[in-house]
Design a protein around this ligand. Sequence first.
Ligand code: SF4
Length: 329
Amino acid sequence: MIPFDYIRAESSAAAATEGCRPETQFIAGGTNLLDLMKLQIVTPARLVDVTRLDLGGVEETADGGLRIGALVRNSDLAADPRVRRDYAVLSRALLAGASGQLRNMATTGGNLLQRTRCPYFYDTAQACNKRQPGTGCAAIGGVTRNHAIFGASEHCIATHPSDMAVALRALDAAVEVETPDGARRLIPMAEFHCLPGDTPQIETALAPGDLITAVLLPPPLRGSHIYRKVRDRASYAFALVSVAAVVRIEAGSFAEVALAFGGVAHKPWRDAAVEAALVGRPADRAGFDAAADLLLAEARGQGGNEFKIPLLRRTLVAVLTEAAKGQMQ
Ligand code: SF4
């Protein structure tokens, strides 16, 4: 590992100020960053440890939602009774991610910032525009089993690995940030992660020094909360495809639908047209197939990941079928 300076932040304002300095990164659970540093994929000159800051705890908000501190551990968030009862899709997504040991260390803020698991990103002998802008993308024309079918560019076809973020996208969460000038701002999950375009090294809407302080959930959505993740083995594996769904069915028809998809794009993927097409439609196989047709019309395979297109179709149909069965019994 390349030597670095270590600074323990005593306040979020001090952390944000330190975070503005060049070649500086925040560290909390470190479950991804330390691996990246050991492999010299990232080589920060300074680490600002934010783990002593008062950013833990899950609180109810005045509008009936939840405020989740950025340092809440993934395992604690998954086990929170309010999350299990009112935001079950989030609890299930968290429990589908990583391993028990990693969930005990990983934080809410850090989970959002984890880096892609594209194998070429982790191999410094390979061209990678995300690791070293302008060098090319070894994945294009290479092994693409885990890569994107939506929103990719000629510069990067990587996917975002987080399960938690997919559920947060379906729940219309927002990320609360403290800026170096002491202001707080909210970034909707829809805007938090970026598509690669011609700058795949830019992954989020955060500016230098911006410190994630919390994630805000709006009041709960009624209906079936489902997180279905398809992966190469039953645990400790990233999603090939995943679906986070909150679906309410009334009198046999879709009344409210929120769907987000993981393992398929550079960010949690959501398609408003698919949800709009389902609302008001009978919850039957014809409706499920029509939604999948609409969703997948823009999907593009990259060779080895073309199997994801029919796999995502089957997974979406299975999720909608499960929601319909659960609410029409
Ligand atoms: Fe790098 Fe993105 Fe290409 Fe992977 S897909 S090699 S992360 S540029």
